[in-house]
Ligand binder design. Structure first.
Ligand SMILES: NC(=O)c1ccc[n+]([C@@H]2O[C@H](COP(=O)([O-])OP(=O)(O)OC[C@H]3O[C@@H](n4cnc5c(N)ncnc54)[C@H](OP(=O)(O)O)[C@@H]3O)[C@@H](O)[C@H]2O)c1
Length: 137
């Protein structure tokens, strides 16, 4: 996540390693930092899936590299000054993972990476594993 998104949450999210992108030398005891998307502190053979979780600045830079997009649409109007970037020209809808009175979770795949033969996410997360609380990511 970007440094401003971390500031908006104020703590590391549970049960995952958080990596915060920052060019300013900012640090926090609960997270790793990276100065660039190309310099994430991960070994080349690390088997874990990397999830990009915002904000707008980081989504805009990272989306072309993402094989899959899990988009939660909340069914209410919220005020804000940061917006998810356009993605429809890169991604195709492949399924609806969950639909509740409060939100819908949609799964998209990057058609450009798929055409290039890039491996996508192994399996969509089970609906029960998707955390619907925005404060928990
Ligand atoms: N609704 C949602 O699902 C959702 C999800 C995430 C965030 N948000 C909201 O989005 C807002 C934040 O979004 P934002 O666009 O303003 O900021 P952001 O993307 O969270 O963070 C931007 C900061 O990240 C660092 N950064 C960005 N690209 C980098 C790169 N390539 N290499 C190294 N560092 C990089 C820079 O930090 P430095 O200035 O330290 O160099 C930059 O100022 C917050 O209000 C948050 O609540 C909403």
């Amino acid at each position: 996540m970007g440094r401003r998104t971390f500031a908006s949450i104020g703590r590391a999210l549970p049960q995952r390693q958080t990596i915060v992108l920052t060019r300013s030398g900012w640090t926090h005891p609960q997270v790793l930092t990276a100065p660039d998307l190309n310099a994430l502190p991960l070994a080349p053979d690390d088997p874990r899936t990397v999830f990009i979780c915002g904000g707008a600045d980081v989504y805009r830079q990272a989306l072309p590299r993402c094989s899959d997009l899990y988009l939660t649409l909340v069914k209410r109007t919220v005020e804000g000054d940061a917006f998810f970037p356009p993605f429809e020209d890169q991604f195709d809808l492949v399924g609806e993972l969950r639909d509740t009175p409060e939100f819908t979770i949609l799964h998209y795949r990057n058609r450009l990476l798929a055409a290039a033969g890039t491996r996508g996410a192994p399996d969509p997360p089970a609906a029960s594993a998707l955390n619907p609380r925005p404060s928990d990511g």
